[in-house]
Design a protein around this ligand. Structure first.
Ligand SMILES: C[S@@+](CC[C@H](N)C(=O)[O-])C[C@H]1O[C@@H](n2cnc3c(N)ncnc32)[C@H](O)[C@@H]1O
Length: 292
């Protein structure tokens, strides 16, 4: 900490060694990369944590993070450093593709008694999974009788709690197509709330994509948008393979606008439009002719 800052009682940014240690903990904990030029970002985002803990510099904060009882603070630090920007129907072309191409056969399968599973991985405060849910409800009036579920996960517990509450600033509804907003969003005071359904289609869970996943997989659609952009390339490449393995044959993967599967990638996913990818539908098993 600089002498000027300590005299003024202000929190100084982490020095190079402190920043490197914070970056190491964040990288190990979440896969997120924090570059050497991010000292002021780290300072501003963590200032509230240090104040709440009564700590005056990053040296004491790191001592706490690295202490055996530092696990809860490491989680809070990740929460403070993640970028949670999102909105309803973000990157609207994906929702057009869902409506035109992806969802009709899945709804037909659910009507024939099948299960449909959708995962919003890195869902932030829930606008993304609720956008999918509103679309489904609009396309299928009989949704309540169908086995269609959306899992919404995020590393940040505060975000999944906001998603579960399904209550947003009124301005958040402005990006919802008017016909869907009229049907599925209710005004309550100066806030808006998701109606049920679509609300009940979505289950929120805390999940770090950089750790083991408890789900068995078998997803028809995975949205993992604007999450991997914060990871380094090896972490991204490992994630693409894990997401592929979590899809059913014929399953779809949607990435964010600045994320791409690498050229000549080792996955079997093929491009289906702007940052949308699909696994091949399973080839018929020659041992099992279709009339069996
Ligand atoms: C920019 S938001 C994107 C939200 C939404 N998918 C969208 O595109 O609008 C990125 C989200 O990814 C979450 N995130 C970052 N690293 C993660 C990780 N390792 N595991 C799970 N979620 C993570 C953040 O907490 C944040 O809520």
């Amino acid at each position: 900490m600089s002498i000027a800052a300590s005299l003024a009682g202000a929190l100084a940014p982490p020095d190079a060694a402190e920043l490197a240690e914070i970056a190491r903990l964040v990288r190990e904990g979440s896969g997120i990369v924090i570059g050497a030029g991010k000292a002021s970002m780290v300072q501003s985002r963590l200032a509230k944590r240090l104040r709440a803990l009564g700590l005056k510099d990053f040296r004491s904060y790191l001592a706490l993070l690295n202490a055996p009882e530092g696990g809860d603070e490491r989680r809070r630090m990740l929460s403070a450093l993640t970028t949670n920007v999102t909105h309803f129907f973000r990157e609207s072309h994906h929702f057009e593709q869902l409506r035109a191409t992806v969802l009709p056969p899945l709804i037909a399968r659910a009507r024939a008694g099948g299960a449909v599973r959708i995962w919003s991985a890195g869902c932030s405060s829930g606008e993304e999974p609720y956008s999918i849910a509103m679309l489904l409800c609009d396309m299928a009036d009989d949704i309540a009788g169908l086995d269609i579920r959306i899992l919404a996960t995020d590393i940040d517990r505060e975000m999944t709690a906001l998603g579960r509450a399904a209550r947003y600033a009124a301005a958040a509804a402005e990006t919802v197509p008017a016909a869907l907003a009229r049907r599925f969003i209710a005004a309550v005071g100066d806030r808006v709330v998701l109606r049920d359904p679509p609300r009940s289609l979505v289950s929120f869970r805390e999940l770090n994509l950089h750790s083991a996943w408890p789900m068995r997989g078998g997803f028809d659609i995975i949205f993992c948008r604007n999450v991997a952009i914060y990871f380094d390339t090896p972490t991204q490449d490992a994630l693409w393979l894990r997401l592929e393995a979590a899809l059913r044959p014929g399953g779809w993967l949607f990435l964010g606008h600045s994320e791409r599967l690498p050229v000549g990638d080792p996955t079997r996913l093929s491009s289906q439009g702007i940052t949308s990818y699909r696994l091949p539908v399973a080839a018929p098993d020659p041992e099992q002719p279709p009339w069996h």
